[in-house]
Design a binder for this molecule. Structure first.
Ligand code: SAM
Length: 647
């Protein structure tokens, strides 16, 4: 077996640390450590130290705060040095280290842990010291001076807790010009190089910050600038694997096909621009979550945050489990939580899409670019061809009005396009007459009625309909320009769609189709009126079943007789712009491959086929490390940048 030069870990623990994400749930912070506004957990520091050093080696934290790195080093059996500018923190650090030594006793007697109260810019005074690893976290620029962050507000109200580190001008947290701050920080870290032995690592825990509505990419700037002095070896991030569908302006799209500039649905129920797409290799566990209603499960890395409301689990006297009433859970509020922390019964959300994009006229060239090669006059394109049958035509623009949307509903539920024309199968003579009239008003073509439906023998119309609504019954879809039309327009489509192939009874509203894309399109447009179906996934077809309040909304829309009382139980809860769905199942599996993530303007979220997730961009205001909360607090993403001294 080759000798492991880096640490004392067994291969299994080594592998565990190698992942590109991690969860760290530290114990609650002790009260006397709360004085410092941005301490990281010793338990986290210990994991890093044990990965990057061996027992007996030496660690340095050049901005030691109240000494978490040094305490972790003691627990890991390593010697350590800490530099801290603020005498008050240096003193607290010394005291905490002494207490820790007393607890750990004899086994740490031979280890050094020394706090030096100087400016880190003067660290070379410590020479001839060399260390085997540096672990640190700098002030996140002057963000502690920013008003408004939740934790900061709490701190201001509590006299004995510090809001900022110090008033010292050498304190990096007091430099208000970002570039000047960055320059000084980089200079300090680069200047530490002589203290680090060759091939040793430096880990910096840092985050990007948002100030005055602007993102300052501190983590990325630091990675780039320090990459000139050390080799940047790694960073950690969270993501979705490929094949996971995302709701975009053009309907559902696999995440790997989403591009910068696409618009995606967000937790604000609006469509927002994707400003960046990210991909990386990932090997590790994936969490798969299956919410109720949709019959779909979504996989993501354990650290990826999901918008959720957690629900307490209770037990009946007979031992049977049940979940607390949703209204009560809701009072605690929603939060972003890493996928890994969700449990069955918690609820996740889908937005009720509210962005409206009204298209008044459709340019036929959007779907049939070849028409520009045809003959044309002011309003029409004509195909070449001989005789009446051979010659076809299409209008240059189609008005997206009631006629077109009713026609779309009939075509989607009962139509088919072939090389010889379009057939819409419906035996009702009223419907047949309406369809003939619609062919005439939209396309100015004749259509003939037979015993089972309506024939239109225009190849160009057939071709156009296939392009817009998909080829063959299995590929039928609602085109993107219809997905976001005003609801009143969409209602016309839903009405003829249901009249064609849907079921409305007193206690059932259902639509069955063999096309998944069509089913999901209907799901999307009916969601806009707050009617959320349960999706039944049969091997041969998809069923959309509306129950409870959703059924009533559909019955109103379809002008059907209202249901009888007693069937009102919903499987979800609609609140403002969100629909909350309980999680039915959660499982995890191993994955080795590419994972993707998006950065989304304004909302910083996007919507998978099952629920809303947070995007990767972390632009919340500061609250470094939270107050005794989980290490990866719910809305902030901290980067762990790993550098190595290579030359
Ligand atoms: C994010 S905190 C570090 C917290 C520490 N990791 C802990 O868990 O206790 C950054 C620290 O850098 C210190 N600091 C700021 N400017 C400094 C400088 N020029 N030299 C040394 N320390 C400095 C601040 O006083 C603050 O305690």
């Amino acid at each position: 077996m080759t000798k492991n030069k880096l640490n004392d870990l067994d291969p299994k623990t080594w592998l565990k640390f190698q992942k590109s994400w991690f969860i760290h749930n530290p114990p609650k912070r002790k009260k006397d450590t709360l004085v410092h506004p941005a301490k990281y957990p010793e338990t986290l520091a210990q994991e890093f130290i044990e990965f990057f050093t061996k027992a007996g080696e030496t660690v340095l934290d050049p901005m030691a705060g109240i000494g978490s790195t040094l305490i972790a080093a003691l627990r890991a059996g390593r010697s350590s040095y800490g530099i801290e500018l603020n005498p008050k923190y240096a003193e607290i650090a010394k005291q905490l280290i002494e207490e820790e030594r007393a607890v750990l006793g004899q086994r740490v007697e031979s280890l050094k842990s020394e706090i030096v109260n100087i400016d880190a810019a003067k660290a070379l005074e410590l020479q001839p010291l060399t260390v085997d690893y540096m672990l640190t976290s700098p002030p996140y620029w002057d963000m502690l001076h920013a008003r408004g962050a939740g934790n900061q507000k709490k701190r201001r109200d509590t006299e004995e807790l510090d809001v900022v580190y110090s008033e010292d001008p050498h304190d990096l947290g007091n430099i208000h010009d970002y570039e000047a701050f960055l320059e000084k920080l980089v200079k300090i870290y680069a200047g530490l190089k002589p203290l680090l032995r060759d091939k040793a690592y430096l880990t910096i825990i840092v985050k990007n910050v948002k100030k005055g509505g602007k993102i300052y990419p501190l983590a990325w700037d630091l990675a780039r600038e320090l990459g000139k002095t050390y080799t940047l070896k790694d960073e950690k991030i969270w993501c979705l694997p490929p094949g996971q569908n995302i709701w975009t302006q053009a309907g559902l799209k696999p995440i790997e096909n989403v591009e910068t500039g696409d618009k995606v649905l967000t937790h604000l129920a609006t469509l927002e621009n994707v400003t960046k797409t990210m991909r990386r290799h990932y090997s590790g566990r994936l969490v798969t979550i299956k919410p109720s209603l949709l019959g779909r499960s979504i996989s993501l890395t354990p650290e990826h945050e999901i918008l959720t409301i957690s629900r307490k689990k209770m037990f009946h006297k007979n031992g049977k489990k049940f979940y607390e009433n949703f209204n009560r859970s809701e009072k605690r509020g929603s939060e972003w939580k890493p996928a890994k922390e969700l449990t069955v019964g918690d609820v996740v959300a889908l937005p009720i899409p509210k962005s409206t994009i009204d298209l008044v006229e459709l340019d036929v060239r959007t779907y049939m670019p070849e028409v520009t090669q045809w003959l044309q006059d002011e309003n029409w394109y004509y195909t070449h061809g001989r005789g009446k049958q051979g010659r076809g035509k299409l209008p240059k623009t189609i008005t997206i009005n009631k006629d077109f949307l009713r026609f779309a509903g009939w075509y989607l539920s009962e139509g088919s396009g072939t090389v010889s024309g379009v057939y819409i199968a419906n035996k009702s003579s009223d419907v047949q007459k309406e369809i003939v009239t619609l062919f005439r008003s939209i396309f100015d073509v004749n259509a003939a009625i037979d015993s089972k439906g309506v024939w239109c023998r225009s190849r160009s119309v057939a071709n156009f309909l296939i392009r817009v609504f998909g080829k063959g019954a299995k590929q039928k879809r609602i085109p993107d320009f219809i997905l976001h039309l005003p609801k009143e327009k969409q209602n016309h489509l839903i009405q003829s769609l249901w009249a064609g192939d849907g079921h409305v009874r007193q206690n059932q509203v259902q639509y069955k189709t063999i096309s998944e894309e069509l089913a999901l399109g209907i799901f999307y447009i009916t969601a806009r009126i707050g009617a959320i179906p349960y999706i039944q996934r049969n091997p041969k077809w998809f069923g959309l079943n509306y129950r409870g309040q959703s059924m009533i909304k559909m019955q109103e829309l379809l002008e059907a007789a209202p249901m009888k009382k007693g069937f009102l139980r919903d499987q979800h809860w609609a609140r403002d712009e969100l629909i909350w769905l309980p999680i039915r199942e959660i499982w995890s599996s191993h994955y080795d491959g590419t994972v993707y993530n998006l950065e989304v303007e304004k909302a910083n979220s996007y919507v998978t086929e099952g629920f809303i997730v947070h995007n990767c961009q972390d632009n919340q205001s500061i609250a470094p490390f939270g107050l005794g909360s989980a290490w990866v607090s719910n809305t902030f993403h901290h980067y762990c940048l790993q550098f190595r001294k290579d030359e």
